[in-house]
Design a protein around this ligand. Structure first.
Ligand SMILES: *Cc1c(COP(=O)(O)O)cnc(C)c1O
Length: 409
C-alpha cells in the first residue's frame, strides 16, 4: 500500500499555557501599549527585551512590530538613506529586499553557493559597487563562514546587519547567530522560531545605533522606560534629529513570547531530531543532493532543503505533483512565477536586479519544505520515505512519459 502523509505543513504548536495566562492578564488590565504602565510596573515588552538580550548575550534589545520593520529600522539606524546601495543575498525572501527599498535604498544581490550561503568571492567582487552596508540573510538557517565573512567586511569597511529570521537559537562556533554584525534582526511571525503572529526583535552592542533604533521605533520621549536600551545620555544628541516611525511591539505579543523564549533551546533540540530524521531518510538518494551542514554551525531544523541538480522543470513539477498527491507539500525556487511565500531575486523587478547565473543554477533545482514542530519524528521519517520513493520514480523515469520530458535528464 502506498504511504500517505496527512499532517499540515503550516500548523504550528499552540501558544504555551503560561503565554496564554500572561496574555489574559494583559487583556484584563488593558494596558497593551508598551508605555502604558501602572506605577512601579515594568511592561511585558521591556521584560521581553531584557530576556532576549540575555539569551543572545547582546547589550541591547528592541522589540518591534515585525521582522521586516526590524530590518528597515536597523538599516536606518546604521545610516542607510535614499539612493544608497545595500548588498544582500540573491537567495532570500521578499521582506529582505523590501526592507532595503523601504528606506529608499537599492539592493545589490550577491550570488549563493550550492551550500545555500552567500558566495564570499562574489561578495568581495561586489564591494566595488561602493555599498557600505551588507544586509546578510541567514536564509533558511544556513550560516556562511562567519569568521571569513566578518574579516572580509571589516577589511572593506562594510557594516553587517544580520537577518536572523531563520536563525533565532542557532550559532556559529558557539556564538549565537546575530552576534557578529553591528545589528541583528529577528522575526516572531507565526512561521518562525517564536510565534506572536507578527513581531520582530533587534539586538546590538552599539549604543548609538540602538538609541537611534529606539527613537525610530516610536518611543516618543519615553526611552527611559526601556531596560535593555542604552542610558538616557545616549539619546541626548539624537532625539531632535531622529524621526519617529512607529513600529512598536505591544504588551500582548510580548506576553505571548516570553514563555516561548524560555523554551527555545528545548524546541531547537526537537527541531534537530526532526531534521536528522529527514536527512538520514534521504541520505544517498540517487538524483537528489542534500545540503551539507558545517561542523561549526548549530542550526535550527525548522525547514529542510535539497537540490535536484540538472533536473528539467517539467520533471521537478512532476515530482512536486506526485509528492503533493501523497500529502507532502514541497516548494520550488525554480518556478517562473512567485508562489505564496516563495519568490526569487529576478521577481523583485523594482530592484532592477542584475543576473546571477550561479544563483539561477542553484535555485533551478532547489526544493524547500517547512518542518513545523507539530510533526513527530516518525512523521519526518515517513515524509522522507515518500520523497525518496517519488524522486526515484521520477528520476528513473519509471512513471512513464512526463509531459514535456523525454528520456532521462
Ligand atoms: C520572515 C522573514 C523575515 C521577516 O519577516 P516578517 O514577516 O516581516 O516578520 C525576514 N527575512 C526572512 C528571510 C524571512 O523569511
Amino acid at each position: 500500500m502506498m504511504e500517505r502523509f496527512s499532517g499540515s505543513f503550516t500548523q504550528q504548536e499552540p501558544i504555551p499555557e503560561a503565554g496564554i495566562a500572561a496574555a489574559m492578564a494583559v487583556l484584563r488590565h488593558g494596558r497593551l501599549h508598551r508605555y502604558n504602565t501602572a506605577p512601579g510596573e515594568v511592561a511585558e515588552t521591556a521584560l521581553l527585551e531584557e530576556e532576549f538580550a540575555a539569551l543572545t548575550g547582546a547589550r541591547y534589545c528592541l522589540a518591534v512590530a515585525s521582522g521586516g520593520y526590524a530590518m528597515g529600522c536597523a538599516l536606518r539606524a546604521v545610516g542607510v538613506g535614499p539612493g544608497d546601495l545595500v548588498l544582500s543575498n540573491g537567495f532570500t525572501l521578499a521582506p529582505v529586499p523590501g526592507a532595503i527599498a523601504s528606506v529608499g535604498a537599492v539592493p545589490v544581490f550577491v550570488e549563493v553557493t550550492e551550500d545555500l550561503t552567500i558566495c564570499l568571492d562574489d561578495l568581495a567582487a561586489k564591494f566595488a559597487c561602493g555599498a557600505r552596508v551588507l544586509l546578510l540573510s541567514h536564509m533558511r538557517g544556513h550560516i556562511c563562514d562567519m569568521d571569513a565573512l566578518m574579516r572580509l567586511c571589516a577589511a572593506a569597511g562594510v557594516t553587517v546587519v544580520e537577518d536572523c529570521a531563520h536563525t533565532m537559537g542557532a550559532a556559529w562556533r558557539g556564538v549565537p547567530s546575530g552576534r557578529h554584525g553591528r545589528v541583528a534582526c529577528y522575526s516572531t511571525q507565526t512561521y518562525k522560531h517564536a510565534n506572536s503572529g507578527e513581531g520582530g526583535l533587534l539586538v546590538s552592542d552599539d549604543a548609538e545605533v540602538m538609541a537611534r533604533a529606539v527613537l525610530l521605533s516610536g518611543s516618543y520621549m519615553l526611552y527611559a522606560r526601556h531596560r535593555a536600551a542604552p542610558p538616557p545620555e545616549a539619546f541626548a544628541a539624537l532625539k531632535y534629529d531622529t524621526p519617529n516611525i512607529s513600529g512598536r511591539m505591544d504588551n500582548l505579543r510580548a506576553a505571548i513570547l516570553r514563555p516561548q523564549l524560555a523554551t527555545l533551546a528545548e524546541r531547537v533540540a526537537r527541531w534537530a531530531e526532526r531534521y536528522q530524521a529527514l536527512e538520514s531518510g534521504l541520505a544517498d538518494a540517487p538524483g537528489l543532493h542534500l545540503i551539507p551542514r558545517p561542523d561549526h554551525e548549530t542550526y535550527v531544523g525548522s525547514s529542510f532543503q535539497f537540490l535536484l541538480p540538472g533536473w528539467k522543470p517539467a520533471r521537478v513539477q512532476a515530482l512536486l505533483a506526485r509528492c503533493a498527491a501523497r500529502g507532502v507539500e514541497l516548494k520550488w525556487f525554480g518556478a517562473e512565477e512567485p508562489v505564496a511565500f516563495t519568490s526569487r531575486y529576478d521577481h523583485w523587478r523594482y530592484a532592477n536586479p542584475a543576473p546571477l547565473p550561479q544563483t539561477d543554477r542553484v535555485l533551478a533545482g532547489l526544493i524547500d519544505m517547512r518542518v513545523p514542530l507539530t510533526f513527530s519524528v516518525p512523521d519526518c521519517a515517513l515524509i522522507a520515505r515518500i520523497i525518496r520513493a517519488e524522486v526515484a520514480a521520477v528520476w528513473q523515469g519509471e512513471v512513464g512519459p512526463v509531459a514535456g520530458v523525454t528520456g532521462a535528464d
